[in-house]
Structure formats: C-alpha cells, structure tokens
Design a protein around this ligand. Structure first.
Ligand SMILES: NC(=O)c1ccc[n+]([C@@H]2O[C@H](COP(=O)([O-])OP(=O)(O)OC[C@H]3O[C@@H](n4cnc5c(N)ncnc54)[C@H](OP(=O)(O)O)[C@@H]3O)[C@@H](O)[C@H]2O)c1
Length: 333
C-alpha cells in the first residue's frame, strides 16, 4: 500500500517566487503520519482552498502542498482501531488542506480525532455538497437558534448569498422555517436564490450605509454574514433588539468599522464562527442535523461536479467572487 501511487493536485513555488499547480502522481508513503488512511472519493472547493492554491502563506506555510480542506471517503487503514476498514467517513477543517496534505488528492492520512463517521441520511457526495461551507452555514444557524432566534421572531439576512456558505445558509434557514433575505452582487442569480428559499433578494448597495450613523432602522432578527467589512457593519447596525449576528468571512474586507451602540443599546450579539476548530461533540450534532432536519430538499441544485483537471478554472472563479453555489470534486473521474 505505502508504495502505491495516487493522483493529486500539487501546488509548488517556482524559482521566481510564483506558484504553479499540476495534477501529478504521489506515493501514499509521502503522506504525513496519522492514525487513519482514507481513500478520498469526493472533496469540494472552498474559498480557503483557492487561497492555499495560489500561495497564500496565511493559509499554507510550506509548499509543495496539496490543498483541500474537505474530504469524504472510506477508511483503508486505521492504526488505533477507532474506525473499521471500509467505514465511510468525512473530514473537514482542523489542519486538513492547510499544512496537512488535503482532499485534492485521492488519499489523506489524518489523526483519528479529526474523522467524523458519515451520518446515515447523507451520501459521501452529499456530505461534500455541504463540506466546510455547509458545515459553517450550519454552525452559524445553530448559533442563531441557540441564542433564541426562532423562525417566528423575524427575518434573517444572509450576505454573500450565492457563495458556498451563503447559498447553503439560505437553504438551511429556509428548510428550518426561517424567512430569509439574501444579499447578492449577482443580479442574474435571483432565480437561484428564490429556488433555495430566499423570499427577498437585495443588491449589495442596499447594505451600503452612506449616513454612517451608529444605529440604523431595525430590520433583521438574525444575520449570517460571510463577507465582513461595511456590509457586516451595516447589518449589525440594522439588527433588532436582542438580535444575533454571526461572522465567518472576509471576502469584502477583514475590517469592521462600528461603535458599541448596537451592542449596548440594542443588546445585539455578535458570534464568531471558527468551523475548522469546532469541537467534535458539536461537529457530530451539526452533521446529524445536516443529514436530517436541515437537509434541503433541493441540495443537488446547489452543486455541480468537477474533476481535478477542472480545478484551475474554478479556483480563478472563486477568487473573483464569481462562484455560484458549490463545486464538488469527484476524485475517481
Ligand atoms: N470562519 C469559518 O469557519 C469559515 C468557514 C468557511 C468559509 N469562511 C469564509 O467565508 C467566506 C465565504 O466563503 P465561501 O467558501 O462561501 O466563498 P465563496 O463561495 O467565494 O462566496 C463568497 C460570496 O461573497 C460574495 N462576495 C464576493 N466578493 C465580495 C465583495 N467584494 N463584497 C461583497 N460580497 C462579495 C459573493 O456572493 P454574491 O455575489 O452573492 O454577493 C461570493 O459568491 C470566505 O471569506 C471564507 O474564507 C470562513
């Protein structure tokens, strides 16, 4: 087994400091130490993968490297006995695809405490339609619900709504009975967002706060923000008394220009989302929900499938903010 070769995307740094990507053969013996060897059948493309694939040192310190923060497949070897051979499993987050060889290859080897048994009710493919994006969306919805934002309390705003996290947040919220307003920069995607269950579609300009007041008219009981910057600060200033906002991303900006007034006058709560380090007990709870009551009926509509050869064009697209929904990677095609 250890001399077996497998196909993988490898990103390496060239002599002139640029980064190049190739699909090449690697040996299983080159994988890092770990308890569980997994034959990867599906992975998915996330914004963080694209950053790793273009040499972003904030994500990946050392190259050559195989990105892919998500993987679903079967156990081929397990040294500590925690998983039987051929068990269907998934891994998202932790260090996978960052500085540990990731799911853009047909094998990964990881510590057993990173591995989640595939919940019944989800196929490996479906688990990667969710992937880190869907898991992050689920974590965000869980924060809203746990803080008392139930569907009867008011509207929920989702930003970056056609992206991976955004589209799955819209779909999960609608499935759970919430009324969802979606902010998107893509006019052409209104039908897609309505199909996912959004009742209102807002252009990004609707979240531009030209008045720069500390508080704005109350509109949202909850917010799932994936973009940061002015859109997030406007959303926080427009959140109802005791409303809840989650923050996971920075595609617009890592900055947040605010006063404390939304927090001290309206009791708004802002929750940070760190899906990569979500504790295992909560991780299993959320995957169970994604396989059951939060599984959107039209899950397949959110994703399209590609193979390793088509990753390049899709990495460029996600970095330009042009991704709609999810791309899953079939490692066997
Ligand atoms: N903290 C965590 O645990 C965690 C986990 C997963 C992802 N993330 C982060 O969440 C963010 C979204 O990830 P993703 O995988 O969903 O990425 P994605 O698929 O590229 O989605 C991002 C979406 O944001 C919108 N957008 C892009 N550029 C924008 C801009 N300049 N201003 C406003 N909106 C913009 C676009 O949607 P519209 O065109 O519809 O507006 C885009 O499709 C990233 O920053 C990612 O790193 C964090």
């Amino acid at each position: 087994m250890t001399n077996n070769t497998y196909r993988s995307m490898v990103v390496s740094q060239t002599d002139n400091g640029r980064y190049q990507r190739e699909i090449t053969a690697k040996r299983v013996s080159e994988l890092p130490e770990g308890d569980v060897l997994i034959r990867v059948n599906y992975s998915s493309l996330n914004y963080k993968d694209a950053l790793s694939a273009v040499g972003n040192k904030g994500v990946t310190r050392n190259y050559p490297h195989t990105p892919g923060i998500d993987a679903a497949g079967v156990v081929e070897a397990c040294s500590d006995g925690s998983f039987p051979l051929n068990a269907q499993v998934l891994v998202t987050g932790y260090d996978l695809g960052m500085n540990t060889s990731g799911g853009f290859g047909q094998y990964i080897r990881v510590p057993s405490d990173w591995v989640v048994p595939l919940p019944s009710g989800l196929s490996e493919r479906e688990s990667m339609i969710f992937g880190t994006a869907g898991f992050t969306a689920a974590m965000s919805v869980y924060r809203l619900a746990s803080a008392g934002v139930t569907p009867d309390r008011g509207d929920i705003l989702v930003t970056g709504a056609t992206g991976g996290v955004g589209s799955l947040a819209v779909a999960i919220l609608a499935t759970a009975g919430y009324k969802v307003a979606a902010v998107s920069g893509k006019k052409q995607a209104a039908a897609f967002l309505k199909e996912l269950g959004a009742t209102d579609i807002l252009p990004r300009e609707a979240l531009a706060d030209s008045a720069k007041k500390p508080l704005l008219e109350k509109r949202w009981m909850g917010v799932v923000d994936t973009v940061g910057g002015d859109i997030l600060s406007t959303a926080i200033k427009s959140t109802h008394q005791r409303g809840v906002v989650t923050c996971c991303g920075l595609v617009a900006s890592p900055k947040l220009n605010l006063t404390v007034f939304p927090f001290i006058l309206r009791g708004v709560s802002l929750f940070g989302i760190d899906s990569a380090s979500c504790p295992m007990a909560e991780r299993k709870t959320l995957w169970y929900k994604l396989a059951n009551e939060w599984k959107p009926l039209g899950l397949e509509r959110i994703a399209s499938e590609i193979n390793l050869m088509r990753l390049d064009e899709n990495i460029a697209k996600i970095l330009e903010g042009q991704q709609i929904g999810r791309k899953i990677i079939n490692l066997n095609s």
